[in-house]
Design a protein around this ligand. Structure first.
Ligand SMILES: CCCCCCCCCCCCCC(=O)SCCNC(=O)CCNC(=O)[C@H](O)C(C)(C)COP(=O)(O)OP(=O)(O)OC[C@H]1O[C@@H](n2cnc3c(N)ncnc32)[C@H](O)[C@@H]1OP(=O)(O)O
Length: 466
């Protein structure tokens, strides 16, 4: 991960140009030849991950699109599942291991999931950082409205009882263009490092699928940094330094050639106070207004959740009497004259462990949902851009005050309108969006032919995955 804009080396190689030689006419011509589908689904930009369909031994057996399947298809499920034929028991595991359903309301069991993820979850390519989702975060993410214990699936070593693998799902009403799917959102797939490359992941995926089918859930949404058959969309990570010096110390933000640390610190300096009149933390009394605003705003995107009131309360409102530490922060703008809620934004916290550094962790804020009434009335893109820039600038100021080191965002929703102006730098990472058992035409991920933020097209993705 870095905040430097660079041409992915795999793509450069694929195009036959020197790494980073973005200006060369050769690169531009070659990029133009790539199919829109490849660009939208990230296959062009992420050649290092892409394999032939035939080499995806597991995924080629699953109800997901094959690479290169043509666009403009009629959207719908790949198959209709016969509930009668869904096995009532889990598939076999290798000797010495057994299935468990985790009880995440039990402090010890959620701590076991935390420990597994803490030691073995997603790392960057150079193994410098590893996501460190807190116990409070896991409770927030996995005990959301409608959660089911059956969807918190673990594997234990029979002798030691140690938890060695995990996969989870929570329910989501997901609108894909004009159809609403009652689907599951699959996340936190993790296998102990000592059990890697033993084909356990397909076994876990088949088990969570079986458990979803048993609850008559036939579709799922999931995201991954790796290319699998076949992304419906690909978004790119952007990072905005809040504490440049610390990010530099840990190797996240290198000093750009020809710059000096003090210039970088100055570049990312923020005002002490927010600028939007009427901005304040979201409260219980704002729930209905936020729900209404968010539902309308999310109509702008091809794929977005359909939130209920209960979900807005769960995902966005921090209850001060909660025993959990705060993981999400939400703010509203209340018009001082009309007292109506005109805008809102939110972000959540994930720390990352820093492997081998004097700093042990980085505190990252991730942009979550937001909405503004500017988009709901007749408006120009410049007006929307201006409003989003002021809101996000305030979000950065608040995050800085809350001692976050970096503010991360993807190129989804309308983020393309503010990322560069707010000094977010393009990261190396991409996040691919996938649908299980649902054919859908590609959705714009907010990056253009050059894998740069696409201000004109923006993105059709309105789902933020944790
Ligand atoms: C209707 C309901 C449906 C519900 C299900 C919907 C689908 C949900 C899908 C899951 C959504 C999860 C969303 C998240 O949580 S994304 C986060 C994933 N977790 C991590 O990256 C944590 C660190 N890594 C690990 O723990 C392991 O490396 C994992 C577990 C990722 C793979 O373990 P391992 O390295 O030991 O490999 P293997 O030998 O067992 O298995 C190899 C097979 O697994 C395929 N593979 C590798 N990585 C992923 C991946 N991230 N999604 C899907 N498939 C993946 C791979 O292409 C190969 O298949 P194929 O190439 O031969 O075909």
């Amino acid at each position: 991960m870095s905040d430097l804009l660079s041409l992915n080396p795999a793509l450069a190689q694929q195009l036959g140009v020197a790494d980073g030689d973005l200006s060369s006419k050769q690169a531009t011509d070659a990029l133009k030849k790539l199919s829109l589908e490849d660009i939208m689904t990230g296959l062009a930009a992420n050649g290092k991950n892409a394999k032939d369909m035939a080499s995806y031994k597991f995924w080629q057996t699953q109800p997901v699109p094959k690479f290169g399947e043509k666009a403009e298809i009629e959207e719908g499920p790949f198959k209709i599942v016969d509930l009668e034929k869904v096995p009532k028991e889990p598939g076999p595991l290798v000797d010495g291991f057994e299935w468990v359903t985790m009880d995440l309301t039990n402090d010890e069991e959620i701590k076991e999931v935390f420990d597994l993820l803490y030691g073995h979850y997603v790392e960057d390519n150079e193994a410098m950082f590893r996501f460190n989702y807190s116990v409070s975060f896991l409770r927030w993410a996995l005990l959301s409205p409608g959660w089911s214990k059956e969807w918190h699936v673990g594997v234990r070593a029979s002798a030691s009882r140690k938890l060695v693998a995990f996969i989870s799902a929570v329910p989501i009403a997901l609108r894909v263009r004009n159809k609403v799917l009652h689907a599951s959102e699959v996340n936190f797939l993790c296998i102990h490092k000592k059990l890697r490359s033993k084909r356990l992941a397909p076994v876990l995926i088949k088990e969570i699928t079986r458990r979803c089918y048993l609850q008559k859930i036939w579709q799922a949404i999931y995201t991954a940094g790796v290319v699998l058959p076949t992304p419906v969309s690909t978004t790119r990570y952007y990072h905005r330094s809040l504490d440049w010096q610390k990010l530099n110390d840990v190797g996240f933000s290198p000093l750009p050639h020809g710059s000096k640390p003090q210039y970088q610190i100055l570049k990312y300096k923020l005002p002490n106070n927010t600028a939007t009149k009427g901005l304040r933390p979201m409260e219980e009394k704002d729930v209905d207004a936020v729900l209404d605003l968010l539902q309308k705003y999310l109509q702008r995107f091809d794929m977005a959740p359909v939130f209920t009131r209960e979900e807005v309360v769960h995902w966005l409102l921090y209850k001060k009497d909660s025993p959990d530490e705060q993981v999400a922060w939400s703010y509203v703008v209340e018009d001082p004259t009309t007292k109506t809620i005109t805008d809102f934004f939110s972000f959540y916290c994930i720390e990352s462990s820093v492997i081998n550094s004097k700093h042990t962790s980085i505190r990252a804020a991730y942009l979550y949902y937001y909405a503004t009434t500017v988009a709901l009335q007749p408006h120009t893109q410049a007006q929307l851009k201006e409003r989003l820039n002021s809101l996000v600038n305030d979000a950065l100021i608040l995050a800085k005050k809350l001692k976050f080191d970096v503010f991360n965002a993807l190129t989804l929703m309308d983020n393309a309108l503010f990322l560069e102006q707010q000094k977010f730098g393009a990261g190396d990472g991409q996040l691919h969006y996938y649908l299980y058992n649902y054919k859908a035409n590609p959705i714009a991920g907010g990056v253009d032919h050059m894998n740069r933020v696409d201000e004109k097209g923006c993105s059709g993705i309105g789902v933020v995955m944790l």
